[in-house]
Write a protein that binds this ligand. Structure first.
Ligand SMILES: C[S@@+](CC[C@H](N)C(=O)[O-])C[C@H]1O[C@@H](n2cnc3c(N)ncnc32)[C@H](O)[C@@H]1O
Length: 396
């Protein structure tokens, strides 16, 4: 311990001495050695400027500003906590945007776009269902779980939430996440007694939201990264009472999700496939661990391939009549619509599985007071085989 402290002291000293030396060459050398000429955040912006200006046209400048602005959090309330957190946050000016959703509203045509993620729910037809070619839109409105509550400060108010405090049972009262991350969990339409698969689950924000429904019979939580799965376990321990985290209720694994079809088929009523992606906002903000860094170029290029394999695995794992939610936090069409389109095609051609795409427009319309959504997007390669889907864009 003493040695460690001395070492730390010495390190600090060296730092101090360096800061006293005249700036000249030393500063230049250090800069050159540690900072790439083009940091990953700049490479990400260059890439988005090139691709999204074409994909989004005149919407890109405002979407760009939104991506570069401070992220706005939501606080997902923890029903397992004993503290009266909601009243406390309401007193501070927050509102539960799910409770405020306009469930009576009918979708209208005017819609504007803002930011990040593409979320696409897909329904698996009965095995003897008719072949759907081209893929058909299934117009249904998910029943919103009354138990998922997520509060936000009013539009334009970027007050930060204080870290959640533990209650007398050491459970935290809320989990902070991008408010839009709750939308795929709501759209998944989990019903009483369902078996649910969360294929890429860590660090666990959406897993927690799914557990808040208190409707799930069995939840299977997976993430290929062992370290991130460890984080997820810690999150669950901080929010969910031990008696809920039994083998009968939940299974936590660290498998490669792309191989899930080899492990378990036709087993789940619902599957959430929240894939790794270019995490657009993060890639513009943080140089550390950035997918646009030169060392991760190969990984970035392989993303659509991995996403497709994960979605296909989620489809195989779901039983006939079940629903699959594909979600990302990127605007990229290649990582959103193209992946869903290819998955539908391959599921039919290779596995004989027929899918219909659920139209999310009525769903997004319910939340138009809180989020900006993309205008209609189309699934399908040509005019004659178009199926509409809606992509949800994170942020306010
Ligand atoms: C967008 S994050 C998931 C976020 C999570 N759903 C949440 O709400 O906190 C994507 C996750 O996919 C995981 N992942 C990447 N490749 C995977 C694979 N082949 N199988 C399973 N998980 C994978 C990553 O480790 C990462 O944790």
């Amino acid at each position: 311990m003493a040695l460690l402290m001395d070492t730390r002291f010495l390190l600090r000293k060296v730092k101090d001495l360096r800061s006293l030396t005249p700036k000249r060459n030393r500063v230049k050398e250090k800069w050159a050695a540690t900072h790439p000429k083009y940091p990953p955040t700049s490479l990400a912006l260059q890439h988005f400027d090139a691709t999204y200006s074409v994909q989004l046209g005149k919407m890109w400048p405002s979407v760009r500003v939104a991506l570069l602005s401070e992220r706005k959090y939501g606080a997902l309330l923890n029903n397992f906590s004993h503290d009266a957190v909601l009243a406390d946050l309401q007193e501070k000016g927050c509102r539960d945007f799910i409770n405020d959703a306009d469930t009576e509203a009918q979708p209208c045509l005017e819609q504007v776009s803002e930011e990040e993620s593409g979320d696409v729910p897909v329904k698996k037809s009965d095995s003897d269902g008719q072949q759907l070619s081209p893929p058909q839109l299934s117009p249904n409105i998910p029943q919103l779980s009354p138990n998922i509550k997520c509060v936000v400060f009013p539009r334009g108010d970027i007050t930060r939430f204080k870290p959640a405090r533990p209650d007398t049972y050491r459970l935290l009262g809320y989990y902070l996440l991008d408010a839009a991350s709750v939308l795929p969990c709501l759209a998944l339409n989990v019903q009483e007694g369902h078996n649910v698969l969360d294929l890429c689950a860590a660090p666990g924000g959406k897993t927690l939201a799914l557990l808040q429904t208190q409707a799930i019979r069995f939840l299977c939580v997976n993430d290929t990264s062992v370290s991130r799965t460890l984080r997820l376990r810690k999150v669950l321990q901080s929010y969910v009472p031990k008696e809920f985290l039994t083998d009968e209720n939940i299974r936590i694994t660290s498998f490669d999700g792309t191989r899930w079809g080899d492990i378990e088929r036709n087993s789940f009523d619902r599957a959430l496939v929240d894939v790794p992606c270019t995490t657009d906002r993060h890639s513009l903000m943080e140089d550390d661990n950035n997918i646009f860094s030169k060392t991760r170029t190969g990984e970035r290029r392989r993303l659509p391939q991995v996403q497709l394999a994960l979605l296909l695995a989620g489809i195989e794992a779901t039983c006939p009549g079940g629903e699959i939610m594909y979600s990302t936090c990127t605007l990229s069409q290649i990582q959103n619509l193209s992946v869903v389109e290819q998955a539908i095609h391959l599921a039919r051609e290779k596995h004989g599985i027929h899918l219909e795409v659920v139209d999310l427009q009525p769903f997004t319309h319910m939340f138009r007071k809180t989020f900006h959504f993309a205008p209609d997007l189309h699934l399908g390669g040509n005019n004659s085989s178009r199926v509409k889907v809606s992509c949800i864009f994170c942020g306010h």
